[in-house]
Design a protein around this ligand. Structure first.
Ligand code: SAM
Ligand code: SF4
Length: 360
């Protein structure tokens, strides 16, 4: 396996700043749920708390010096809470905190406690690399966190180190155990599969989950062109179909009734021992049922992971705009969301920001 190859072109992201006086685009509702031109309603907001991370996963981050977002440009907890109140007033119900590594943000449990109290918010969950969970799981549970996704791409120490560029497999496994014993359910394990690197481990991963005394849902994720080192090529994408074939070597697999808004297609083993999911963003895109948007750590709304346009809220939040103006800017950002990403089409343009800076 070699990393690298012909690359999709990268573009500089265009930042849109809404002025309070901007007229609403024709057809865009100015009240009611947050809806786009194709009728999709936004129910989920993913919030990146920082672009910084203590790991350097090859599918996400570059290795060398990284131009981090300056601290003063990162949204404060008060600013984040305000945005959450505003979107909750427009029908957003679920919040996921991510990054970068969200647990690097000091006092994150305090933010969780504030967000769970926002009227209309039904759940606040988190995606983390698991490194700090050994110490933080209890406090997160006490703050009201209602679920956790932990990234773990290999159970083999050398491969884990190759993928994350850190020798911390044991520490992450301890984090998973800590999350389970703190009762942070559901605990989901996210594994990005890269052909030639960890695709040979799918069966072993599934067997491991089946043997765990705790209920874990393992979700395999197709490698997406959102890496910071420009290593993505289509050849490196190990597809959902190939993953399923490996799973079926263990025992017959039965599809579960899927929530169309869940990016993971879920399956269970017919012998009753274990469920797993596949997030097939590349080979089987689920854009038509997408119900989420993202807020970057520096206060930009991204209406799609692959968007090449961002909508600046920070300037409004720090410039004295009222809640109605902020809400109107969010509505505009959602309204113009495109029908779907273009990874599988000629002319696909890779977003300038990589996953760690978007908030995966
Ligand atoms: N640091 C935390 C973690 O690793 O879980 C949260 C942020 S990370 C960007 C969120 C999720 O994005 C992780 O599950 C990670 O595996 C996934 N991810 C990052 N880059 C990816 C890529 N190029 N393709 C698919 N998934 C990716
Ligand atoms: Fe860090 Fe998560 Fe990206 Fe890995 S995937 S480098 S843990 S932000």
């Amino acid at each position: 396996m070699t990393l690298g190859g012909p690359e999709p072109a990268a573009v500089v992201v265009r930042t849109v700043i809404s002025r309070v006086t901007d007229p609403a685009p024709p057809g865009m509702p100015t009240t009611g749920p947050l809806v786009d031109r194709f009728g999709r309603v936004v129910r989920k907001l993913r919030i990146s708390l920082t672009d910084r991370c203590n790991f350097r996963c090859v599918y996400c981050m570059p290795e060398g010096d990284i131009p981090w977002i300056p601290t003063g440009e990162i949204l404060t907890f008060a600013e984040i809470e305000r945005v959450v109140r505003i979107v909750a007033g427009m029908g957003v119900e679920k919040i996921r905190l991510t990054g970068g590594e969200p647990l690097l943000r000091p006092g994150v449990e305090e933010l969780v406690a504030r967000l769970v109290r926002v009227p209309g918010i039904r759940s606040v969950s988190m995606t983390t690399n698991g490194f700090f969970l050994r110490e933080k799981a209890g406090a997160l549970k006490a703050a009201g966190l209602s679920g956790i996704n932990i990234s773990l791409d290999s159970l083999d120490r050398d491969r884990f180190r190759q993928l994350t560029r850190r020798d911390e497999l044991d520490r992450v496994l301890e984090g998973i155990a800590a999350a389970a014993s703190a009762g942070l359910e559901p605990v989901k394990i996210n594994a990005v599969v890269m052909r030639g690197i960890n695709d040979g481990e799918i069966e072993a991963f599934l067997r491991w989950v089946r043997e765990q005394p705790i209920q874990l849902t393992l979700r395999f994720i197709e490698f997406m062109p959102l890496d910071g080192s420009n290593v993505w090529t289509r050849d490196l994408v190990y597809t959902a179909e190939e993953i399923l074939q490996q799973a079926q070597r263990i025992a017959p697999v039965v599809p579960l009734n899927n929530d169309p808004a869940d990016p993971a297609r879920l399956y269970r083993f017919a012998d009753g021992r274990g469920t797993f999911g596949i997030i097939a963003s590349v080979s089987q895109p689920f854009c038509a049922s997408c119900d989420r948007i993202r807020l970057t750590a520096d206060g930009k709304i991204r209406n799609c992971l692959f968007a090449v346009e961002e909508f600046d809220l920070r300037e409004l939040l720090r410039g004295g705009a009222g809640d109605e103006a902020v809400a109107a800017a969010i509505r505009r950002a959602v309204w113009v969301k495109w029908a779907g990403h273009l990874i599988n089409q000629k002319g696909f343009v890779k977003p300038q920001r990589a996953m760690y800076a978007i908030g995966g």
